[in-house]
Write a new protein. Structure first.
Length: 135
């Protein structure tokens, strides 16, 4: 998926271009016990946390790719000009779950919605890292 390639390369313009103009997202952070519930509501466009991950990764590396994203259990369901893409990201004691709703617009696939959530396993043992930082 072009979005993942752009994410790994830290190309935030290409990441934004992968989204439809009317796209929405749910942020990935769900374990924060903040009093600010608005942080967890649907937002317009790309999830700002994705852009923040890229900026941190750029500070950790001199050149792209800044991240290594390896989708696991990838499933793509296409129905006409719509597609549902789901996959997992696995890192130390954490399982990232991603759902992309996509639409073919003028011949290009655009992201209409991203739902991202991370599950942290309490007292987990360290495993090999499949995801660069933690997108």
């Amino acid at each position: 998926m072009a979005f993942i390639t752009a994410f790994e390369a830290g190309d935030t313009d290409a990441m934004r271009d992968a989204f439809a103009e009317n796209a929405t997202s749910f942020p990935r952070t769900v374990s924060d016990h903040s009093d600010d519930l608005d942080r967890f509501r649907r937002s317009a466009g790309i999830d700002p946390e994705m852009l923040a991950v890229v900026e941190v990764a750029k500070g950790d590396s001199a050149e792209p790719p800044y991240l290594s994203i390896e989708p696991k259990d990838l499933e793509i369901h296409v129905a006409g000009d719509m597609a549902l893409v789901t996959f997992h990201l696995v890192a130390d004691g954490e399982l990232g779950r991603r759902t992309f709703v996509m639409s073919r617009m003028d011949g290009d696939w655009k992201i209409l919605h991203v739902h991202a959530s991370n599950v942290v396993v309490a007292n987990s043992q360290k495993r090999s890292v499949d995801v660069g930082s933690s997108p």
